[in-house]
Design a protein around this ligand. Structure first.
Ligand code: GSH
Length: 200
């Protein structure tokens, strides 16, 4: 049995719930409200000194933060992680891309618009996040014009990592209409067995 500390508004937390559900793993969800700063309480900081969700605690009491590390831990040995070394490295390459190039733009634009209510002092940041979000999506689009998934031509945890914030990008005013290959890929992701929609 796993315990997940998470906020269902968060795409990073959604990744973890989606992989747990798809692999049929038992878990208990402990709701943490990011907007109420529940990630910054002394109790939570004792579990994750970095003060962020998601956080997974396994049956032995080991606490693991970082959504993509959690995906790797949960999915190891399953069909969601390719056995081939280069395919696995390509999967990781897209997961690093997600964390460095995609999420800091696409997720933050969504946070500013949908959760902070687009305050005027964040308008310039929002403009930059939207612009850089489109750059990340264009890289994905070019890959998906030639490939059905991000690695190994099949659904892996790289697709879960990138789907989480891509499918809600428009909540951050990042229009997806110009990305037909991304649309087709999102449909393939949604058709995977035991797909779980984001619950926020
Ligand atoms: N790199 C981390 C990012 C996690 C993250 O940004 N978590 C946000 C919610 S999406 C959070 O907990 N923010 C609360 C805070 O920073 O206090 C991951 O992928 O798990």
């Amino acid at each position: 049995m796993y315990t997940v500390y998470g906020d269902r508004k968060s795409g990073n937390c959604y990744k973890v719930e989606l992989v747990l559900h798809q692999l049929g793993l038992p878990y208990e969800w402990r709701a943490i409200d990011v907007l109420k700063k529940e990630t910054r309480t002394p109790e939570f900081l004792a579990l994750n000194p970095n003060g962020q969700v998601p956080l997974l605690v396994n049956a032995d009491g080991n606490a693991l933060p970082e959504s993509n590390a959690i995906l790797g831990y949960l999915a190891e040995g399953s069909g969601l992680v390719p056995a081939d070394r280069m395919a696995r490295a390509q999967m990781l390459r897209w997961m690093f891309f997600e964390q460095y190039t995609h999420e800091p733009n696409v997720a933050v634009a969504r946070f500013i618009v949908a959760y902070l209510g687009r305050p005027p002092e964040h308008e310039e940041t929002l403009r930059q996040k939207i612009e850089n979000g489109h750059k990340a999506l264009a890289v994905m689009e070019r890959h998906l014009e030639k490939h059905s998934f991000f690695a190994a031509e099949r659904y892996t945890i790289a697709d879960i990592a990138l789907y989480a914030y891509t499918h809600v990008a428009e909540q951050g005013l990042i229009e997806l209409a110009r990305y037909p290959a991304i649309h087709a890929w999102m449909e393939r992701v949604r058709r995977q067995p035991r797909h779980l929609p984001m619950q926020a």
